[in-house]
Design a protein around this ligand. Structure first.
Ligand code: SF4
Length: 351
């Protein structure tokens, strides 16, 4: 169920059936434009479609002009508490503003931000977060519920609509996976706006990947959600790689290498873990639209390997290489990874 409406963030479409995009957030000091630009370029290289920068003070707002002019992807300004920073960000030419109208200091301030964005065609994302939900709603529902999150988003969107502003995206985030899923399902059913999906404060990498895959993944499989951020404590490049991998796993993003390897078992007689890790590492950043299988043995190995565009199936001290279902070579274990990569490069070019 694609959102009814679509917004344009720079040149990137969100919602209304547009391809699902991957977002991340810089963790440099935004006021340090050079360091922020360096990180944005790294995020872009990893597959990021839209990048968000925190704007906690005037120095950060001042740096936004240079950042938005130099960025290879649209830039979103993340603003809390001070509407003047939102006005400065709009003036600096950012491509979207993320605010929580509930904490920007009253309807007059929200109106000023809406007017500045309307004038420049800048969309606004209303970010509703379980951790900062209005007290009145928590009291009304007894605790943070999906209905409370949606009611908050709806009320804030109505406030913007009341000022003639409708270029809106929503996010309804929580650190609870079931609550995030329920809130976004309800929002998709009842509100017309594009949805930015994420499980917030998801934790360090291992837990974050599980929570985000479960939460974002189940929504996207139902057709709910238009853009995603995988939140991981740490390097945002990891977030982007995880986001892109998640979209590929859900077959929502094409291109790049799909990698298959068996879990290993008592039949494995080669160093499959080493081979699979090395093959995946060497193919990770390639743009070839291919499936590569690295399998431990001949029981399932050749079958999977034949289904793939390229494959390797291990034997005892040796492996068989396949290309499009045909055996092309039997090679020694020590050279199987190099030979597989060479075979792919010979046929696919430099990636
Ligand atoms: Fe075991 Fe072979 Fe299956 Fe790998 S492909 S898990 S080695 S049976």
């Amino acid at each position: 169920m694609a959102s009814e409406r679509q917004i344009l963030v720079g040149s990137v479409r969100i919602g209304g059936g547009a391809p699902v995009t991957v977002q991340s957030m810089t963790n440099t000091d935004t006021a340090d434009a050079e360091a922020t630009m360096r990180q944005i370029r790294a995020l872009y290289a990893a597959g990021c479609d839209i990048v968000r920068c925190a704007v906690p003070n005037e120095a950060a707002a001042d740096a936004l002009r240079e950042i938005t002019e130099g960025s290879p992807v649209p830039v979103v300004a993340d603003i809390h508490f001070d509407y003047r920073l939102a006005l400065a960000a709009a003036k600096a030419g950012v491509h979207k503003i993320r605010i929580n109208p509930g904490n920007i200091g009253g309807a007059d301030n929200v109106k000023r931000v809406a007017e500045a964005c309307l004038e420049r065609g800048i969309p606004i994302r209303i970010g509703v977060n379980g951790g900062s939900l209005e007290k009145a709603l928590v009291e009304k529902y007894g605790h943070v519920t999906a209905e409370a999150l949606v009611e908050s988003a709806d009320a804030q969107a109505k406030m913007l609509e009341g000022f003639g502003f409708s270029d809106i995206a929503l996010s309804l985030k929580s650190s609870s996976v079931p609550l995030t899923v329920a809130a976004n399902r309800l929002a998709a059913r009842t509100l017309p706006y594009p949805l930015h999906l994420g499980v917030t404060e998801a934790g360090t990498e291992y837990g974050a990947l599980i929570k985000s895959s479960a939460g974002i993944g189940s929504l996207l499989l139902e057709g709910v959600g238009d853009t995603i951020r995988v939140s991981i404590t740490g390097d945002p490049v990891r977030e982007v790689k995880a986001g892109v991998a998640l979209l590929k796993a859900l077959e929502l993003r094409k291109g790049g290498v799909r990698f298959v390897s068996c879990p290993t078992c008592g039949r494995t007689q080669i160093d499959l873990v080493g081979a699979a890790t090395e093959v995946e590492r060497r193919l990770m950043d390639k743009n070839w639209d291919i499936t590569v299988a690295v399998m431990g043995c001949v029981v399932n190995g050749p079958g999977e390997a034949r289904e793939a565009d390229y494959g390797l199936a291990g034997g005892k001290g040796k492996a068989v290489l396949f290309r499009k279902g045909q055996i092309v070579a039997t090679v020694a274990e020590q050279e199987m990874v190099d030979r597989l990569i060479k075979l792919i490069e010979e046929n696919e070019g430099n990636g």
